[in-house]
Ligand binder design. Structure first.
Ligand code: FES
Length: 522
């Protein structure tokens, strides 16, 4: 998206080239826009380092290095470092949630989210104001609420994600019926969350953006939402408009690559390069055409992944064991061995490697019970080791080029660890969990017949807004996590006990209580 005002233009997350082992492509295709012209901007905003937002090749080739970078306040300098490497030199280091005034009366504010589960150690939203017209590019960030933006005055344009951007549940080795049921639940939850954000901000106009991606490799083609599968987590903008209308929404605006919207405080006018309804009515044909056109790009990428000279076990040991040694919270949170089944070039032979979190070592699989099992091509892991990738979520897992099985509940620590394969990231994540576990959130609220802690044990959403009680279960609408209230047990993830009691029951004494361990596991 490019925001133009008389006081300057801001280019936001220009993503064109495929991401995550050539699995995700932008849809509709935006590669044929006039990027030479679009890249000549005054400001550049990169919300975070996920590769469907941070497209290094494109930034290097097309975006003016004179652009001033609006930098979110992140705990590590990785975003700035990567941009400097691409040739950007002028950085405006913003302070999270502080409005700054740029030349010509253009005002911006960036809210940075910094938990280890937000993007690759950080995700953000950009608020912009010019001449009384306000815009929020919430993107795919998930703040607990939008109060900070609301407080700055009525917003005219609210851009936010509404579709899926994850591997769940498709990659799990489950019966198809279960996958469909989980996918359906997820799809509904994504929309519910979107309605909640829209309702929070009550902007004049709502723009569904930041996804869904499309999948053009034959192996991943099935993930496109063109088969009428109610469990598909990647609904597109036209589905958004239909669902939004069902909940009374009538201010949605769909943008295609090349669409232009002009907004004032009282008016909006949008022009499109082609008819939007007709475009989505022919979605399958557009995808087919793209698939043929992009095939050589996918083939070229695939040819670069194999590195037979790499001894995967030895390299994983060298890279991962020192981090296991240092890890307290994440290792305890994972609580068991995680197995990688690496399928050889012949498509048949399998090398099984275990990352043993309690034993703090990487070794061959020894016929034991494991907490998670991932199955993927050996070549992909060879490539990760070859390029020294520190974030396997922002590469392997988001590629969806793997299958997974797990015993028990979702375990966020597994993924948090594999996105922190560097000293800097691991230390940050460990510190964050340490602080998070120590912060006892003492405030209670009453919802229906229950008194519960105000902040969600997952990522601290305000349960007076996001909590819904159904019988003895509380669901937090922000990410859909569920809690059994009589026992306080989290039904979605490991650990994360909630404090709850029936209204009318006396509050227990908390004197001498210790904060709960990061993740008690069996
Ligand atoms: S904050 Fe994630 S489910 Fe509540």
């Amino acid at each position: 998206m490019r925001i133009d005002t008389p006081a300057g233009s801001i280019l936001c997350d220009p993503w064109v080239n495929p991401a995550y082992f050539a699995s995700w492509f932008p849809f509709p295709d935006n590669s044929q826009l006039d990027w030479e012209t679009l890249g000549q901007v005054d400001y550049l905003y990169l919300s975070h380092l996920h590769r469907d937002h941070f497209d290094a090749k494109h930034l290097k080739r097309f975006v003016s290095k004179k652009a001033r970078v609006l930098l979110p306040e992140y705990p590590t300098s990785e975003l700035e470092d990567e941009l400097r490497e691409l040739g950007f030199t002028d950085f405006i280091k913003t302070v999270s949630e502080e409005v700054i005034e740029l030349d010509g009366g253009l005002k911006v504010m960036i809210q940075a989210l910094t938990s280890p589960t937000d993007g690759p150690i950080g995700d953000s939203s950009l608020w912009v104001e010019y001449d009384g017209v306000r815009l929020l590019n919430q993107n795919d960030a998930r703040p607990t609420d939008l109060a900070t933006f609301e407080a700055l005055g009525h917003v005219h344009a609210h851009m936010l994600q509404f579709s899926g951007a994850i591997w769940y549940p498709m990659v799990y080795e489950l019966p198809q019926a279960a996958k469909t049921a989980f996918g359906k639940q997820k799809r509904e939850r994504q929309f519910d969350r979107t309605w909640r954000y829209i309702d929070d901000l009550k902007a004049s106009h709502v723009f569904p953006i930041a996804g869904p991606p499309c999948f053009l490799d034959d192996e991943l083609w099935k993930f496109n939402d063109i088969f009428g599968d109610e469990g598909n987590i990647f609904p597109d903008q036209s589905v958004f408009m239909k669902e939004y209308a069902k909940v009374g929404g009538n201010n949605g605006v769909v943008l295609l690559p090349g669409s232009v919207t002009e907004i004032t405080a009282t008016s909006i006018e949008t022009t499109h390069p082609t008819d939007v309804d007709e475009f989505f009515a022919n979605k399958a044909a557009h995808l087919e055409e793209m698939r043929e056109r992009k095939r050589p790009i996918i083939e070229a990428e695939k040819a670069s992944w194999r590195h037979p000279e790499i001894d995967v076990l030895k390299e994983m040991k060298r890279r991962i064991e020192p981090l296991l040694e240092e890890s307290i919270y994440l290792a305890k949170g994972v609580g068991g061995p995680v197995r990688f089944d690496l399928v050889g070039y012949d498509g048949d032979s399998v090398e099984s490697i275990v990352v043993d979190f309690p034993g703090k070592e990487v070794r061959r699989y020894a016929d034991e019970k494991v907490r998670y099992r991932f199955r993927t091509e050996r070549a992909l892991v060879e490539h990760l080791l070859f390029i020294d990738e520190v974030d396997w979520v922002n590469s392997l897992f988001l590629s969806c080029r793997f299958s997974a099985a797990r015993i028990g509940q979702y375990n966020e620590f597994v993924y948090a660890f594999f996105k922190c394969l560097s000293e800097e990231r691991l230390q940050y994540a460990e510190g964050w969990y340490d602080e998070h576990q120590r912060t006892t959130d003492a405030e209670d609220i009453t919802i229906g017949d229950w008194v519960v802690q105000r902040r969600c044990p997952h990522l601290k959403a305000d349960l007076s807004r996001f909590g819904i009680i159904d019988g003895d279960t509380l669901q937090c609408q922000l990410h859909g996590w569920r809690f059994d209230l009589p026992s306080g047990r989290c039904l979605t993830g490991v650990g994360h006990q909630i404090r709850a009691r029936r209204a009318g029951d006396p509050a227990p004494s908390t004197e001498g209580e210790k904060p709960e361990a990061a993740a008690p596991t069996a």
